[in-house]
Design a protein around this ligand. Structure first.
Ligand code: KG4
Ligand code: ZN
Length: 340
């Protein structure tokens, strides 16, 4: 099958073309028009501005994706599009584009959940992933532990009760005034800092269950800076390193315990925060030490962790296999669509 993927849920306009078979998924192209530079001046995503940029970018991205893949519209098997969750005005641009193309080109339409997309980035090649697979999904809006027993069958076993992990990175970066988006900046500065410099809390780490909470950790950083430094001579690198390590300790600790308790046969990591190198390394190493011989650990290449349309095309491929099509005249954007 050849699937066109379209993603416009937040601030990246993205289009991809996937060749999918049961044995192997191959991305023939994946194009991203990032709006980070536009939103940086506001310190975050401005929904109206994002929607307008999507309108400008979507057709050029589509043209480039088809051209790079050397695929004519007639060769497509289906069109997959992110229908939620996300910013409604942003989602609508992708959904309307996909609906129009579906009608004009007479192609089937597949609605994809953005969070399921992050999860499915792990199926980007020919690697065989053993079920049940436990996936830690960490993005700007979500922090979830999802147990996948087979394709299309997910159970939510834990989630954040307040801020998402990526949101905590972004908010701490704002407190430190080091720019947007916060995750990559904190990772970069943390490299030169000492992760043991400050004794920050590890919220919920030793509590039963698999829920997370990150807003207290963010507040702890805020008070550290207010009380100890009064905004002056802040050892930014050490604060970044200590904060990043606190987040990683919680994510790794909870995921490893969940994997053991639910009897997972593999562990996956996905979402924008999965681009964080120390998180990738420390989770890989901890998963490798589960039980007598360790569990297999998978995480997508970094460009498929942050928002992209490749992951939407891959999810679309697996949904199309199960004939989960949508009608072009009824599909809508669902800003609060929960995965499970
Ligand atoms: O999945 P994503 O691209 O968009 C959403 O669906 O939210 O995730 C974006 C989030 C942002 O909060 C960003 O700061 C974070 O992922 N992020 C990172 C890194 N790269 C992106 N967090 C930590 N370390 C990184 N290297
Ligand atoms: Zn995302």
């Amino acid at each position: 099958m050849i699937i066109l993927g379209i993603e416009t849920s937040c601030d990246e306009t993205a289009v991809a073309v996937l060749h999918g078979t049961k044995r192997k998924r191959t991305l023939l192209s994946h194009v991203i028009a990032s709006q980070i530079a536009t939103h940086r001046q506001y310190g975050g995503v401005v929904p109206e501005v994002a929607a307008r940029e999507h309108i400008l970018n979507i057709i050029p991205c589509l043209d480039r994706a088809l051209k790079q893949a050397h695929i004519a519209p007639q060769a497509l098997s289906a069109i997959a599009v992110t229908a939620g969750p996300g910013l409604v005005t942003s989602l609508r641009v992708g959904v309307q584009t996909a609906k129009t193309l579906s009608l004009a080109w007479e192609k089937r339409l597949v609605a994809v959940n953005h969070i399921e997309g992050h999860l499915y980035a792990n199926w980007h090649d020919s690697t065989v992933i053993k079920f049940p697979a436990l996936c830690l999904i960490v993005s700007g809006g979500h922090t979830e532990l999802v147990l996948v027993t087979q394709h299309g069958n997910h159970t939510l076993i834990g989630r954040t009760r307040d801020d998402a992990a990526g949101e905590a990175f972004d908010k701490v970066a704002k407190i430190l005034n080091i720019g947007y988006p916060g995750g990559p900046k904190i990772q970069q500065l943390a490299r030169k800092g000492n992760p043991a410099a400050f004794d920050l809390p590890r919220p919920m780490l030793n509590r039963q269950g698999y829920d997370f909470s990150f807003s207290g950790l963010k507040t702890a950083v805020l008070y550290l800076i207010k009380n100890a430094y009064r905004g002056k001579n802040i050892p930014t690198n050490d604060v970044c390193a200590s904060f990043q390590q606190a987040v990683i300790d919680v994510l790794v600790g909870k995921t490893v315990r969940a994997a053991m308790e639910v009897g997972a046969r593999s562990v996956l990591l996905a979402g924008g925060v999965a681009a964080n190198a120390p998180l990738r390394e420390q989770l890989r190493s901890a998963v490798g030490n589960i039980g007598a011989s360790g569990l297999p650990f998978h995480t997508p290449p970094i460009e498929l962790c942050t928002d992209n349309a490749g992951m939407i095309a891959i999810t679309g491929y697996y949904r199309a296999l199960r004939k989960r099509y949508s009608a072009w005249n009824t599909l809508d954007a669902y800003p609060n669509w929960e995965l499970v």
